[in-house]
Ligand binder design. Structure first.
Ligand SMILES: [Zn+2]
Length: 417
């Protein structure tokens, strides 16, 4: 039975967002939390970009150690042979998405005569062949601006990708132009005529991103194909954002017309949702909107007379699902008296107190003085107070923390192999 999986693109598309960034250690911890949430694949970064190399290789090390248990760590490249070759030369990434613009708008006004419809297909198939020749395990092919692409040509492009062994086809609604009925219709035609699993990749410029993503995925499964919804944590993304990871899962699990089909990947563990959203909020420094589905401050708040009365009598009067389902606690403890923290200028006694209070047990043979040094660098690296998830990660995997925080090109050579 076809299913709908989640493919998180926070660490690639999300970090492209203006005025939003994540340090490599934060990207790494996000990957660990995404795996625990049940995401199928993380589009973890740019494997042809030198400052991503140690981070990507460090995260593949986490896969090999079983810290990241199921999730694939993937890379994004332009559909250019030189990007693909650089990715293989510099990193151990073996799952890819390669991207090419397909709309006439972009072919004419972005490539400006350098490429036409025919050569767009040739460039894409050459990059796809190169990825396979070099040993890629899976490759998805992205059609940038697919929603504004002539459908006949888009099908031709996707068929060429299939012929050259693509594993998935990414339908990009790059500008958030589509609407739910239109995306369903177009992706149904694509699914019927091409037969490749579909990745809905939608943006929120008209406020329809989650509905479009879900309807795009529904078109795939209604035609017997798996779908891999591209989403970001807390819905961040370029301009008005990408699909929100949690909202899409909630829609598939609880929405009328969807819930009864049981389409959501059973590996999704919604009890991790709160932890993931709150870490993301800390890492990017952007508050979760008060009205965010599931994790917003007001998602389970009732004040007006009729609503409060109804919710108190039976929560189902005014709540579709439970806060507990998302691992959301009723209260969070907030110390108000003396507090010991650790960070860039911390010392050994303070560090030992912090890890004792967190219940962290060090690995046998770990030198606390060395761990403190890695902790100092972690705070230096993120330039903000360390989050509990960060302290726990550094204590559990100090060598990987050191690796991902090493971003100078000169220091790269010894580690990247
Ligand atoms: Zn995008």
């Amino acid at each position: 039975m076809p299913r709908i999986y989640l493919l998180d693109v926070t660490n690639r598309d999300g970090v492209q967002t203006a005025r939003i960034g994540l340090a490599k250690l934060q990207k790494t911890i996000l990957n660990v939390l995404l795996d625990q949430f049940g995401v199928f694949q993380s589009e973890a970064g740019f494997p042809f970009t030198r400052h991503e190399v140690n981070y990507l290789n460090g995260n593949i090390e986490l896969v090999e150690r079983g810290v990241i248990k199921r999730m694939r760590v993937a890379g994004w490249c332009r559909a250019l042979v030189k990007d693909v070759e650089a990715a293989f030369k510099m990193t151990r990434v073996r799952h890819f998405n390669i991207s090419m613009s397909t709309s006439d708008q972009m072919i004419i006004n972005k490539f400006q005569g350098k490429l036409d419809r025919a050569s767009v297909i040739t460039e894409m198939t050459e990059a796809l062949d190169a990825a396979h020749d070099l040993g890629a395990e899976t490759v998805g092919v992205n059609a940038e601006d697919a929603s504004r692409t002539d459908l006949k040509y888009l099908i031709e492009f996707a068929l060429a990708a299939k012929e050259h062994g693509a594993d998935r086809f990414r339908y990009c609604d790059t500008l958030g132009y589509d609407s739910p009925p239109r995306i369903y219709e177009r992706v149904s035609a694509l699914a019927k005529q091409v037969g490749l699993p579909i990745e809905p990749h939608c943006h929120n410029d008209l406020g329809m991103v989650n509905a479009n993503s879900v309807m795009c995925a529904k078109a795939a499964v209604d035609n017997g194909l798996d779908a891999y919804i591209n989403a970001t944590t807390n819905g961040i993304g370029e301009r008005a954002g990408n699909a929100d990871l949690l909202s899409c899962c909630l829609a598939l699990k609880h929405a009328g017309g969807l819930a009864e089909h049981n389409l959501l990947d059973p590996a999704i563990d919604l009890t991790q949702a709160w932890r993931l959203a709150k870490y993301m909020e800390h890492a990017i420094g952007v508050p979760i909107p008060i009205n965010q589905p599931g994790v917003g401050g007001n998602a389970f708040a009732h004040e007006s007379g009729i609503h409060a009365d109804g919710a108190l009598k039976d929560r189902r009067n005014y709540e579709l699902y439970d806060s507990e389902e998302l691992g959301r606690p009723d209260f969070t403890p907030m110390p108000t008296g003396r507090i010991i923290t650790t960070g860039e200028y911390g010392g050994i006694k303070g560090f030992q107190k912090v890890i004792h209070d967190l219940g962290i047990e060090l690995n046998a043979g770990d030198d606390p003085h060395h761990l403190l040094e890695v902790i100092q660098y972690a705070a230096l690296h993120t330039q903000k107070p360390l989050h509990e998830e960060e302290i726990r990660f550094v204590c559990a995997h100090p060598d990987v923390a050191e690796q991902v925080m090493t971003v100078t090109p000169g220091a790269r050579e010894g580690v990247a192999a």
